[in-house]
Design a binder for this molecule. Structure first.
Ligand SMILES: [Zn+2]
Length: 121
């Protein structure tokens, strides 16, 4: 693959990586032991309120569930990005993990963390 293109994709990956980390940082805690692993923080319960507000707590539990699913999808993307960056360094980047054929350049430009070609997706 073209070196200039690889650099361009690497830039995109790094930008996306820091963007996702920023997004995750807003509501999750980074697991320092596992790269790309994050834990959703539970929203602060009943802060500043006297007594227990059940309705508010129910909302927070629901919100927490939503946050976990958002966290998981961001985390999956982040892990794929880290993997793609690793492949750029160690080789094998841009090759479909299933059929071992090169992944379409336009596909990589749109989502540089792609592991599979359009057919195997
Ligand atoms: Zn494939």
């Amino acid at each position: 693959m073209d070196k200039k293109l690889i650099e361009e994709l690497k830039e995109n990956l790094k930008k996306e990586e820091s963007l996702i980390e920023k997004m995750l940082g807003g509501f999750a805690k980074k697991d320092e032991k596992t790269p790309g692993d994050w834990d959703t923080r539970f929203p602060s319960m009943g802060e500043g309120t006297s007594g227990v507000d059940l309705e508010k707590e129910a909302d927070e539990v629901e919100q927490y569930g939503t946050m976990i699913s958002i966290e998981h999808s961001l985390e999956t993307r982040l892990k794929n990005i880290i993997l793609a960056l690793k492949k750029i360094e160690e080789g094998g980047y841009g090759i479909c993990e299933k059929c071992k054929k090169p992944i379409n350049i336009n596909r990589l430009k749109v989502s540089p963390e792609s592991k599979f070609c359009l057919k195997c997706k």
